[in-house]
Design a protein around this ligand. Structure first.
Ligand SMILES: [Zn+2]
Length: 129
């Protein structure tokens, strides 16, 4: 059974916990990983034992990813497209992989960030509770 709070480690401040979550690290200790694969959270931190298996960010991570990637990609695309006269196939060949890569890069960071928010606020984030 994984403990909910390790007695040896002081609870970090909000900014520290959020930065650790953003980096995919355990918000509690910063040493263990928050995910066992691309988006699958670990049941508990391998270093400090903090439990994360019960935290559910649901569709908040894709929502945050769409929000951030949209606000990053669209101005860049509009700026470049306004200065170039690329054929449609070139634009598609450039911008689709660009947006796809941004999305894949940011999605786990958004999920880690939101899991850190849920962990820090002790919000259940689960329908089981
Ligand atoms: Zn930890």
């Amino acid at each position: 059974m994984i403990q909910h709070q390790s007695p040896q480690i002081a609870r970090p401040k909000l900014g520290v916990a959020l930065r650790r979550g953003l980096l995919g690290r355990c918000p509690n200790c910063g040493s263990g990983w928050l995910f066992s694969s691309y988006l699958k959270p670990v049941e508990g931190c391998a270093v400090c034992g903090e439990a994360y298996g019960h935290i559910r960010s649901d569709d908040a991570a894709p929502w945050l990813t769409i929000l951030v990637v949209g606000h990053v990609a669209v101005p860049i695309i509009l700026a470049v497209e306004g200065r170039t006269h690329w054929p449609t196939w070139v634009s598609l060949a450039v911008w689709l992989p660009f947006v796809f890569a941004l999305t894949l890069a940011f999605l786990p960071r958004a999920k880690g960030f939101l899991m850190a928010v849920l962990w820090f606020t002790r919000a259940p984030g689960s329908e089981r509770d």
